[in-house]
Design a protein around this ligand. Sequence first.
Ligand SMILES: Cc1ncc(C[n+]2csc(CCOP(=O)(O)OP(=O)(O)O)c2C)c(N)n1
Ligand SMILES: [Mg+2]
Length: 721
Amino acid sequence: MEVAVSSARESVSAGSGSLSSRQLVEVYRLMLLSRRVDDREILLKRQQKTFFQISGAGHEALLVGAALALRPGYDWFFPYYRDRALCLTLGVTPTEMLLQAVGAATDPASGGRQMPTHWSSRALNIVSTSSATASQLLHAVGCAEAGRYFSLHPEAAASAPDDYRAFREVKFHGDEVVWTSLGEGSTSQGEFWEALNTAANRKLPVIFCVEDNGYAISTPVEVSMPGGNISRLVANFPNFYFAEVDGTDPEASFRAVQSAAAYCRAGLGPAFVHGHCMRAYSHSLSDDDRHYRTQAEREADALRDPITLLRARLLREEILTEDELTALEHLLDQEVTAAAEYALAAPLPLVSEITKHVYSEVLDPTRAAFATEQATVSDPKPKTMADLINACLHDEMRRDPRIVVFGEDVADASREEALAEVKGKGGVFKLTAGLQTEFGSERVFNSPLAEANIVGRALGYAVRGMKPVVEIQFFDYIWPAMHQIHNELSVLRWRSNGEWGCPAVIRVPIGGYLTGGSIYHSQSGESIFTHIPGLRIVFPSNALDANGLLRTAIRCDDPVLFLEHKRLYRETHDRAPYPGPDFAIPFGKARLVRAGSDLTIVTYGALVPRSLQAAERARREHNIDVEILDLRTLNPYDWEAIAASVKKTSRVIVVHEDMLSWGYGAEIAARIGEELFDSVDAPVRRIGAMDTFVAYQPILEDAILPQPETILKAIVDLKEY
Ligand SMILES: Cc1ncc(C[n+]2csc(CCOP(=O)(O)OP(=O)(O)O)c2C)c(N)n1
Ligand SMILES: [Mg+2]
């Protein structure tokens, strides 16, 4: 009676799409195993031995059918929390699932960090998922793009000893497909449409599977979407293979996904499989569907339970007898009981390891290897920050074929033929100028106007071992990507207990002092990002630092937010000669801008030159000798340099452009208060923008943002304190 999953897979794949009796028994075994693991988790939760439960009950037929049509460890998977039966069929074991349910140290998906059903397996190419509905779809898109890139450029897969590539294994075959799934309610998320957009446009081998159980918690499908049928809404997307299928029928589901996979493998485009399944239980154990579904509706739905249907079919077609079914069920119970016992006895995670894998454990961007700071100047002509960022991008793309650059308007010209006649755009600030012309449209291309699309895809590229260096056009418009940055990019490594990482670089023009930039082209807000663990934040104040820090950002193994102050892009005072292709500056190392003995200013970005002006005047007009530290990177930041300077001068002002309240300075000031209380002779001062937005009229902008005069006044006040 027992049939190994692999043999079922082989014979099913070779056959016509209908399942033999033997295979149907195996499908039933997997479906029932999935249900029994759910039921065991529910029991354990009621016994307070686990802490959360959400089941896949009602989705089993669709998912076992789907998994049999796909290749574990070969194809890639971005599933969601209902996909227990898919993962079981791919090869995740009940024991592994229950280890996650109890939060064991040996939970291979997350080491006790994620709720149950948050799948992850490096061996099976199941990429760790979050709880956020639909955000995984963009990762699947980026993953498919990366797979295609490696198959066209296999040389790019080569490892390199001196950067992130030493730790980013690359696997590709050329015809792998990427599975991603979601509930019908989650199709209301913008990221769903952003993912379909790019998958269709680039003909990517992604299977989008909508598991339609008719409800999003308590919200029925007709409320989630006009017309109540997602297939109808997406029908006009070009290049897709579409299938709408009875997801309670494993055979029909298998056939749909098999055809979808064949279409994708042939390079024809993405596929959309819409499976109508049912929700056998409430949304989760925290929900009670009797509160919003009538008894009649619940009873009618229960008639479509795929386990009951297949069991009846096995009896009806005399494939198994009642006794044989009972024996099978008994065997599964034994298997699940053994798995639960094992999981309950498993070691618990160590509190001492909580912060492990917040950042890369293998490549520290503060380390000396990044401290070349050896400029090899061949041309002494000073270059702007814009020039030297652009130069760094050129250098690194030459050195590392895994780098791709995309974002809004970053290409020279999407219509390549135009480049014979025109100069090219290369970004609204021209920071990416010439990259497409030198490296081609496969490596440098425009994204749709959708910021979550940019960051979500970057994550997908990076998990495959590529290095996306993407641009968000203005910091003011980073917010649609915030969900991806906060809930996905920065946390992937930690939530998978180090199994996955996504060391993408996001370059973002930021800041005001533009005269006329107004609310939507002058925002700061770096402290919102320094509050996110897992993300490195860089904020250079001059051309040379921008060049050396961007190089480290690109070579390192963590995700990096690289903030470029627009006002500093083309200033005269911060220029430097091109320092050569290996000039790198480690993170977490402040620059001493000006040595002084009376007072310390801790600052960064556009406030570095403004603080310097104030310090020069303080010297001339008041004989006060100010020391200035430019932090250069905000996470990590150079506490040692701050502490040494504060101990020397005993007076300190933290100066930034961002609003004062809850700003970056608050954290630095608080830490000085906590750790250096005995070293200061005056209150720690902060200077920042007024707690409002940046206005258009220059008189208002000048008053809102900190000016050299503001800093000078604070210096004098504090010295006299
Ligand atoms: C972005 C986001 N918003 C809200 C939630 C809370 N939430 C979890 S599941 C869910 C309903 C999802 O319904 P559907 O997409 O139909 O999937 P189903 O659970 O029915 O399989 C909601 C609102 C979430 N996890 N993520
Ligand atoms: Mg649903």
